[in-house]
Each structure stands twice: as C-alpha cells, then as structure tokens.
Ligand binder design. Sequence first.
Ligand code: ZN
Ligand code: ZN
Length: 171
Amino acid sequence: MKDFENLQRICLEEVRAAGIEPGNIVKWTINRRAKSRWGLCIRHRNGACEIQIASVLLEDERVSEAACKDTMIHEILHSCKGGNGHTGKWKEYAEIMNQKYGYHIKRQTSGEEKGLENYRSKSNPVRYYFKCTGCGQMVMRKRKCDFTKYYKRYVCAYCGKRFKRVKEPEM
Ligand SMILES: [Zn+2]
Ligand SMILES: [Zn+2]
C-alpha cells in the first residue's frame, strides 16, 4: 500500500512548484468500487473539491508510484480554476506538468499504461456514460435502465446540474 497522504502532499507541492494553484481540495478518498476510472474530481456547489482515487492504484504493487501520482495530479488539475474538462486550462497545465516532471498526464490512460495488464477488458462492462455538465461527475451504467432512458430529467446529486451522454469516460 502506497502512502496516500504523503503522495497527496508531494503532488500538491509539485503542482505549486510548477506555478499552478490547486483548487480548494477539502477531501481525498479511496474509491474501492470504481473499476472503470482511475480518479475523479468532484466540485461541490460551494467550489470545494473532493478527489477520489481508485484503490487499485494505491494497493496494486504493479502500479508504480509515478503512475499513481499521474492520476492524482490529473485530478488536482481539475480542481484548478478553469480546470473542467480536458481542453483549455486543464490541458495547458497537464502539458506543463508532463514537461517539468516527465508525467504522461492525458485525457485517458489505459490499464497497460498503469502497469496493469488486461485490467480494463476484465472489469469494464460499462456501456453507458453520462457526465454532469456542472461538476463533471461521471455516471456509468452497465445496462439500460430508467436513468439511461430518462437521464435528461435527472439532476446531479452534487451540484444540481443536468447530465449529458458521452461516448467514453472523460475523467
Ligand atoms: Zn454535478
Ligand atoms: Zn480528467
């Protein structure tokens, strides 16, 4: 098990040392259920951010510390002002971090790139992806249900905004 708290501290230091100001991150959590995403940055209505990191990154010995930090920084960059989505400011910041520290921060990273062979194929039966247009929260469903049919009627539990359907996870 990697030292999660220590990694948080180091990642935040690296981001700041690159001249990037992280958002107001009030909570870090380990997500044991999500198999189809490495991390998530949830922006609450008051602007405070919560970052979730998949437990496999912290617990699996095959995942290097750098690969784990890659995701943590990916999510920290989402907490920054203007850091929603994977274009604009976020992309600009990711490029700065990649150049300065040799990370490979990008929109999506495969299991193989994290050192986990066949990770995704075994554990990603998700077919429907929805993204909150406010905080960016992803909702994933494996099969058709009321939510996949009527997602336009639902609002996000975190920020109250609507969802849009997306082809693949944007995290
Ligand atoms: Zn939301
Ligand atoms: Zn992302």
